[in-house]
Design a protein around this ligand. Structure first.
Ligand SMILES: C[S@@+](CC[C@H](N)C(=O)[O-])C[C@H]1O[C@@H](n2cnc3c(N)ncnc32)[C@H](O)[C@@H]1O
Length: 261
């Protein structure tokens, strides 16, 4: 993943990115100041990180079914849970940023594409305990481990659906009146990402936040991010390099922000 192109994109991002002081939009200034740059420790972080720590020591081997961007090379493969926890999960810094974004937004519903072992699902659920949380995962054995973790954490209101996003996402979108918070963290391919975005559009509203992971992962993902930013329904976007935030607020001028994290 850390090829020359990626490093170049990262350096370019660092060069262009601003802190809250370079931001003239009061909406974005507050978000950066109060939410993105809130680096204070929180008790809930330890609760979820203890579960991650156990996964990092878990020697059980499962069969991983890969329906994502790597599926052309990997199909079913035997993997140690500790290995998956090392390579596939959002690091604490990003998972905790997602937590704060949800605390701030207080959505009624949350959809996550890519449960994996359930770490970010737990952060999202703990940030809005009364929200309906739908998390989608293509690999049944990985999903079983996530369910174990939800049980361990007492997060009984997370609804995990197993299957290809192509089938499960439209089903969940059909179930809700409108979409409040969607986190796309799986299948980082251009067309798939654009499909997920398009499928969400009929149910987005003033308060919706869509988050796309790995917007610089490949040329295709960069193109998908550029198309999402340019969409007429999208007003504010915030590029945090590792993830991109997309808002549909009609009282905001159309503007793309690049913020240093
Ligand atoms: C990066 S991991 C998610 C990590 C998780 N959000 C976390 O940080 O705790 C992506 C997950 O998406 C799943 N996935 C990828 N493509 C998929 C697809 N087309 N349908 C269903 N699941 C898919 C993979 O099996 C993998 O577990």
């Amino acid at each position: 993943m850390f090829n020359l192109r990626f490093v170049k994109d990262y350096l370019l991002y660092r060069f262009k990115a601003k802190t809250r002081h370079g931001t003239h939009s009061p909406f974005v200034y507050r978000l950066v100041d109060k939410v993105i740059y809130d680096f204070s420790a929180k008790k809930v972080y330890n609760e979820v990180e203890n579960i991650r720590a156990a996964l990092l020591k878990d020697d059980r081997v499962i069969t991983v079914t890969d329906l994502g961007a790597g599926s052309r090379v990997n199909n079913d493969r035997q993997k140690k849970i500790s290995g998956i926890a090392t390579s596939a999960l959002k690091p604490p810094k990003l998972a905790q940023l997602l937590y704060r974004l949800v605390v701030d937004l207080q959505p009624n519903n949350i959809i996550e594409l890519g449960t994996c072992l359930g770490i970010t699902s737990l952060y999202l659920q703990k940030a809005a305990p009364n929200a309906k949380v739908y998390t989608l995962e293509g690999c049944p054995e990985t999903a079983d481990i996530a369910q174990e973790n939800f049980k361990k954490a007492g997060a009984t209101n997370i609804q995990l659906t197993t299957g290809n996003f192509d089938d499960t996402l439209p089903e969940i979108i059909d179930k809700v009146d409108k979409l409040d918070f969607v986190f796309v963290d799986g299948n980082h391919q251009k067309q798939a990402t654009l499909n997920y975005f398009e499928w969400c559009l009929p149910k987005v509203h003033e308060g919706t936040l869509l988050i796309f992971d790995d917007i610089y992962w490949s040329e295709g993902m960069k193109e998908a991010w550029a198309q999402i930013k340019a969409h007429p329904k999208v007003t504010v976007t915030i590029d945090l390099f590792w993830i991109g935030l997309v808002y549909f607020k009609t009282d905001q001028a159309k503007e793309d922000f690049i913020i240093k994290v």
